[in-house]
Design a protein around this ligand. Structure first.
Ligand code: BGC
Length: 367
């Protein structure tokens, strides 16, 4: 099941309909071995192209890359895509990194499917291309993928939603709404499919009902991962489906920024806060969890992900192949991209203190 689901790419393919998709092409594609680029000067230039700052993890990643690469002896060029012309910005940044002779280009894609020309040129110039956190699709020119296990993130969110609702009300049926992330981010579909892997059997049994009937990823999507888009969709759902006294028991939210927007909408309508999931362990959401509002988040420690990415760069510098632990799950439409996946952790009020014990910023919030 996991195999079948995780291969599905952005937008339409992430629809619940993807549950029935066939996965034969996964085996067909086979991974290309990384071309050239390995074994370069110890102080080589490393490019890092990040998307716009749609959540705290991206804000943290920029400084961590700048400092970490410097400490490791490399030169770095760390860029963010702007807030509006994100795709064009990122394309131009990658091209500039290639022109400047970057030996590795680490990319957190703004739009998974819009970078094939730029990464082809980077490879042509001898750089290694690493997709960071978000997969780059429809191109043979991505060598490695490094991320937290996105499908697992979705499964943990789906399970937390069920557990949270059960803790409040021991028996169903439970009424929920579903939100997903931006359709241009390949992760959005993977998170959604992971969550549906857990929720769909309950929906099929009638234990869980999607009140609005909106289960297609086109209906649940949140363009640009923008809080205002999630808030206005929640406003409309409250008006269309919950204004007659129907109870909303839970909301699947793919991340913390959107979870808080959903909660703001529900509070604004004067309704009780249902069980709302999240992701990213953002400061305001950890506070909300401790205050008993948002139910859960996911801990994907950005410090770890950046450190592992820099380890990958160091290994490439010596001319060796970096470690991967998944050579099956991430078919980008052209090839299976060898991946190094880290385990995500579900966090609720119950385990927050333990989960953030080694995080100086979040730990004090759990006391
Ligand atoms: C990341 C999430 C983040 C989202 C919005 C995703 O690709 O994996 O952690 O919440 O982007 O920035």
């Amino acid at each position: 099941m996991r195999k079948m689901l995780i291969k599905s790419l952005a937008v339409g393919a992430a629809a619940v309909l993807a549950l029935t998709a066939c996965s034969n092409d996964r085996e067909k594609s086979g991974g290309d071995t990384p071309a050239g680029g390995k074994g370069f000067a110890k102080d080589a230039l490393i490019g890092v192209a990040l998307p716009s700052k749609t959540s705290e993890n991206w804000v943290l990643a920029g400084d961590l890359f700048t400092n970490g690469l410097k400490e490791a002896g490399f030169q770095s060029d760390v860029q963010y895509a702007g807030a509006s012309t994100t795709v064009a910005d990122q394309q131009a940044q990658i091209t500039a990194m290639t022109t400047k002779g970057a030996k590795v280009i680490v990319i957190g894609a703004t739009d998974a499917a819009q970078l094939s020309t730029q990464v082809a040129a980077a490879k042509q110039a001898g750089a290694v291309v690493v997709a960071y956190d978000r997969l780059i699709t429809n191109t043979p020119d991505v060598d490695y993928y490094i991320a937290f296990d996105n499908f697992k993130v979705g499964q943990l969110q789906g399970q937390a939603l069920l557990d949270g609702m059960k803790a409040k009300k021991p028996t169903g049926p439970y009424t929920i709404e579903l939100f997903s992330g931006s359709p241009d981010d390949n992760n959005s579909g993977v998170f959604f499919n992971g969550a549906m892997d857990v929720l769909k059997p309950e929906i099929d049994k009638g234990n869980v009902v999607v009140g609005s009937g909106q289960t297609d990823v086109k209906q649940t999507a949140t363009q640009g991962w923008k809080a205002e888009n999630a808030q206005s969709r929640m406003d409309s759902l409250l008006n269309s489906t919950y204004n007659g006294g129907k109870t909303l028991d839970g909301v699947l939210s793919p991340n913390d920024t959107l979870a808080r927007a959903i909660i703001t909408s529900i509070k604004g309508a004067g309704k009780p806060i249902p069980v709302v999931t999240g992701q990213d362990s953002e400061v305001e959401s950890v506070k909300s969890i401790m205050a008993g509002e948002q139910y859960s988040t996911i801990n994907k420690d950005t410090r770890k992900l950046v450190a592992e990415t820099i380890n990958m760069v160091k290994t490439l510098q010596t001319g060796s192949d970096p470690q991967v632990n998944d050579t099956k799950s991430y078919n980008n439409g052209v090839k299976v991209v060898p991946a190094y996946l880290l385990p995500p952790l579900i966090v609720t009020k119950a385990n927050a203190a333990e989960a953030y014990a080694n995080d100086p910023k979040l730990s004090p919030l759990t006391k």
